[in-house]
Design a binder for this molecule. Structure first.
Ligand SMILES: [Zn+2]
Length: 69
């Protein structure tokens, strides 16, 4: 079932569908990213602010930004 949590950046309430647990979400209020947990109703803030940065963050090349042409 869906669950509720607050954005770790701005405390805006979020509804997370069950299928999206453990995935990265972007806050509708502040647009910043957080990772939801599969087991507890909390969210971890992620230091990214866009889908491009999300891909860079997930890249094995962690030192510096990955340039997207
Ligand atoms: Zn937020």
């Amino acid at each position: 079932m869906p669950f509720y949590l607050k954005c770790p950046h701005c405390q805006h309430p979020q509804v997370i569908p069950h299928a999206r647990r453990g995935r990265t979400r972007f806050c509708r209020q502040c647009g910043r990213a957080f990772m939801t947990s599969k087991v507890v109703n909390i969210a971890y803030p992620l230091p990214i602010a866009s889908m491009a940065e999300l891909h860079a963050h997930a890249s094995p090349r962690r030192n510096g930004r990955v340039l997207v042409a």
